[in-house]
Design a protein around this ligand. Structure first.
Ligand code: IFM
Length: 450
């Protein structure tokens, strides 16, 4: 008998107030890339460039959530999931990133919010999940300090239009990932490279996070405001002092650099000297404007990283040893399956004084699905979720702060540079027909939440 039948997990073990949900992002699901006045985002442009995305995939249609949202909301209800996280596409409501507003875009998100509320599902909005309007990128995107003002104006429009019904807000999704991959490595949109682009983007995004949160607080007094960070448990490859120091630098970069200024601790320049270069972009009062007292912090953890010292890697002097090299079990993303990482990051972030509440706003896995007789079997994903929930239970039993868990993600979708091959959904999507089939993991989650 496999573990699915023997799992004794039930949502009641996590307490009545624990929040259960599922997370998505506009660009990964909506499609309708130029419908009803939407402007191009940096991802529309990036995906149209040759060689950027595996197999030449693009997201012009994606899961067609733009048209099939009602069907997908019905599926969320069928799965007993009470909270739905989605993001607003900035260029859908402001095609060039700045006014004028595209009223059709506002109307679209109003329809989604109203349909969710009618279905008894609580909407959770992410304001920025990586799809910057292309016109703003032409002006430098996040490397331009003006981006803080552009973003603030966009946040104003969102809260004015949706704040009467939406109380749960997340300002920015995973700043370390989109600045690192998009402005330093050039493997995500907008494809920029280099330390200068990266550090400028880092500072402006952090300022924008605090500025956006303040706007929400001022406009929606009863809002529940958070922002999300990707995080990972870091271990040194050996107990040599070189590897331990290297692991500390990687931990600083991946886990601390974006959250510490928000918590009022400033950038961790002492533990990662390259961050001192940020001082060139920090102007008067910036340090005061970097922090905000969030109601919750969203943590998104998928794996751990094992680190060794390496003189060949500039700025950080460290290298990640891939799961493949370590010959450990991994997902289709090449990420090690290591559930204790979730417990470890909960312990780590609980140690900060300034965090009021922690919600796991993303966790999930890309594994291949087996289709047989109209059913979709994905036992590995089911186990992955169960094993991570067990780590949360362990943390809760030890009294650690953790108040919610959102699965990444509802349907298989466009997984950025990986295209459609990495399937993370609780619901299988046939991308030729757009047919949805609830997977075994979705059925298990439904039962668990019943
Ligand atoms: O698909 C992404 C999501 O957009 C951000 N967090 C990680 C997920 C899996 O890679």
């Amino acid at each position: 008998m496999n573990k699915v039948e023997t799992s004794f997990l039930h949502k009641n073990q996590f307490g009545d107030d624990f929040l259960w949900g599922v997370s998505t992002a506009a660009f990964q699901i909506e499609g309708a890339h130029d419908t009803d006045g939407k402007g191009p985002s940096i991802w529309d442009v990036f995906t149209s460039q040759k060689g950027k995305i595996k197999n030449g995939h693009h997201a012009s249609t994606a899961c067609d959530f733009y048209n099939s949202y009602q069907n997908d909301i019905d599926l969320i209800r069928e799965l007993n999931i009470p909270n739905f996280r989605f993001s607003i596409s900035w260029p859908r409501i402001m095609p060039t990133g700045v006014p004028p507003i595209n009223q059709a875009g506002i109307a679209y998100y109003n329809k989604i919010i109203d349909a969710l509320l009618l279905a008894g599902i609580e909407p959770w909005i992410t304001l920025y999940h990586w799809d910057l309007p292309h016109d703003l990128e032409q002006k430098g995107g996040w490397t331009n300090r003006e981006s803080v003002n552009w973003f603030s104006a966009y946040v104003e429009i969102c809260v004015q239009n949706f704040g009467d019904r939406v109380k749960n807000w997340m300002v920015i999704n995973e700043p370390s990932v989109f600045t690192g991959a998009g402005y330093f490595l050039g493997i995500h949109a907008p494809g920029k490279k280099g330390i200068t682009n990266y550090l400028k983007a880092m500072h402006h995004v952090t300022l924008a996070t605090a500025a956006g949160a303040k706007i929400i607080r001022n406009r929606i007094p009863d809002a529940h405001i958070g922002t999300t960070f990707s995080c990972t448990h870091i271990e040194p490859a050996t107990q040599s002092s070189k590897d331990i120091e290297a692991a500390k630098r990687v931990d600083t970069l991946l886990n601390r650099t974006f959250i510490e200024p928000i918590l009022g601790l400033g950038y961790p320049q002492g533990d990662l000297p390259v961050l001192k270069k940020l001082n060139a972009y920090i102007v008067e009062d910036d340090l005061n404007n970097l922090s905000f007292d969030f109601d919750f912090i969203g943590l998104q953890c998928y794996t751990r990283e094992v680190v060794k010292s390496s003189l060949l890697i500039p700025y950080i002097g460290a290298e990640l040893i891939s799961a493949e090299k370590r010959k450990v079990i991994s997902t289709d993303m090449g990420w090690e399956v290591y559930p204790p990482a979730l417990y470890e990051v909960l312990k780590k972030f609980n140690a900060y004084n300034g965090i009021k509440k922690i919600i796991i706003t993303e966790n999930g896995a890309a594994f291949p699905d087996t289709l047989k007789n109209g059913k979709v079997y994905d036992i590995k994903r089911t186990h992955y979720i169960q094993d991570h929930l067990e780590q949360i239970l362990k943390a809760k039993k030890e009294g650690l702060n953790v108040d919610g868990y959102f699965v990444w993600t509802l349907t298989d979708n466009f997984e950025w540079a990986e295209g459609y091959n990495a399937r993370f959904g609780l619901i299988h999507v046939d991308f030729d027909t757009q047919q949805r089939t609830i997977k075994h993991s979705g059925l298990w989650f439904k039962d668990f939440l019943s």
